[in-house]
Design a protein around this ligand. Structure first.
Ligand code: URP
Ligand code: ZN
Length: 459
């Protein structure tokens, strides 16, 4: 047997544990997995002592996001290079409908931003903000063209992103009709705005007061409302960036009743607690929803263990420290934090080493599950014959420390500064090409291909 590339001797997760195996790659795809001793290849890569995992599928990141009067600093080149250093081989970012805008235009503008820049394969979810009859009509074409997931916000009224319940109900019915996936940023806008008003009147507007503006109930109520509306519509539903134990519980309850509801959470909610809002740099940790209590953190890990939360996104927003310094009033500070590059190290250390998460589960929540849910499986999210040869060669041994100075995105800080972690990405492979090799990113700008996605599968 002859291959273009042969990766030999790694501990392979396809995502199931295959033990020590070789992977033969032809024409950018996995051609064979197993004992390939005796096979030849133009390029041989030694993976002895390394974990070989399906390339990470990042389904929640915001390149060049206009938000809170500013814009995230990573373009599709910077952001996907940073991701590639963290093992990411697929990115699904967002296109957003602006007021009055046809959907095709919103998508076209985002594709134009990514094309020629992204170094990993990419696609988009579509954020819907205006649910008009012609929009509902146009959604059919959007799904036909390979965008099968939609995002709705139940908050951010001031940013013109809010969608009310009647519109949500109509849109969910349409998503169900088209066989797509509804995804929701779930926070109750009225509860949040009233809490903000009370804090402003009391002069409690510094970053340390921010979490008080978003009590747990603001998330729990919005999650349960979205679940009810999705149940009536019969649509598949994913709740974005779940931050609370009770939020995870709502999802667990619905799943227990047989509803197709899925939860996403992020490393910042799993690894940090609200003590960050007592720090001098509290403003940096302003993220929507806020980072919550130790009890919530424990409840989210339970959600990972029981499968209520089965996707890890990062909600990567590369805002710099200077951008975060724009105001001392929390309502004016852009929400969001970088994370696309640190996801694997944090999840491996916090999940696998500290909490006994299996490596198979790690591969599933960071790659296979999002690939299935967002209609990319088995092209992405697997290391099986026929899959794209996207993988990360991860050395589980070295101990290190996360330092912003060693990261590659445009944010000049990381929420995990100084964190002791184990494991390092040795190589990231995209469609058979080594795009990250140690400290070097050796991929031509724009190598990433646009991904048309199918109907949501079952993780
Ligand atoms: O704080 C956050 N999460 N900013 C990004 C926008 C969003 O809500 O996803
Ligand atoms: Zn969000």
């Amino acid at each position: 047997m002859t291959f273009d590339v042969l990766i030999h001797g790694g501990e392979v997760y396809d995502p199931e544990p295959l033990g020590r195996a070789d992977i033969g790659i032809r024409d950018g795809r996995v051609a064979a997995v197993g004992d390939l001793a005796g096979a030849s290849a133009r390029t041989a890569i030694a993976a002895e002592g390394l974990l070989v995992l399906p390339g990470l599928v990042e389904t929640h990141a915001h390149m060049l996001l206009p938000f809170a009067g500013t814009v995230t600093q990573n373009d599709f080149y910077d952001g996907t290079v940073a991701g590639a250093f963290g093992g990411v081989t697929t990115l699904i970012d967002f296109a957003a409908q602006l007021p009055g805008q046809p959907l095709s235009e919103a998508i076209g503008q985002r594709v134009a931003q990514a094309q020629g820049d992204a170094v990993v394969d990419y696609g988009f979810h579509l954020i819907l903000t205006e649910i008009r009859p012609e929009v509902l009509q146009e959604m059919e074409e959007v799904v036909r063209d390979g965008i099968s997931s939609f995002k709705f916000f139940t908050t951010y009224r001031k940013d013109q992103l809010y969608v009310g319940d009647g519109d949500l109900r109509q849109a969910f019915a349409r998503v169900a009709e088209l066989g797509g996936l509804a995804t929701v940023h779930a926070e109750n806008d009225d509860i949040v705005e009233q809490a903000i008003g009370a804090l402003v009147r009391a002069g409690r507007t510094s970053p340390k007061h921010y979490p008080l503006s978003k009590p747990e109930i603001s998330e729990v109520e919005a999650i349960s409302r979205a679940i009810l509306l999705a149940e009536e519509a019969g649509t598949d539903l994913l709740i974005r960036h779940v931050s609370s134990a009770r939020g995870a519980r709502e999802i667990r309850r619905a799943r227990g009743a047989g509803q197709r509801v899925f939860g996403e959470t992020c490393p910042q909610y799993l690894a940090l607690t609200d003590e960050v809002y007592g720090r001098a740099d509290a403003r940096n940790f302003l993220v929507h929803p806020p980072i919550r209590t130790e009890k919530d953190r424990a409840g989210l890990w339970e959600g990972i263990e029981d499968g209520s939360l089965l996707v890890i996104g990062t909600d990567d927003c590369a805002f710099t420290r200077e951008q975060k310094l724009c105001s001392d009033v929390f309502t004016e500070i852009p929400g969001g934090m970088p994370g696309i590059e640190t996801r694997l190290a944090v999840m491996y250390t916090e999940g696998v080493l500290n909490r006994g998460l299996s490596l198979e589960a790690l591969a599933r929540i960071t790659s296979t599950n999002p690939a299935r849910l967002y209609g990319l499986y088995p092209r992405k999210g697997a290391l099986r014959p026929g899959s794209d040869a996207d993988m990360v060669l991860f050395d589980p041994e070295p101990a290190g420390t996360i330092r912003a100075g060693a990261l590659h995105g445009k944010a000049d800080w990381t929420p995990f500064e100084g964190w002791p972690v184990r494991g390092v990405v040795r190589k990231t492979v995209s469609r058979g090409a080594v795009i990250v090799d140690g400290d070097a990113c050796q991929v031509p700008r724009g190598r990433g291909e646009y991904l048309e996605r199918g109907a949501p599968g079952t993780p």
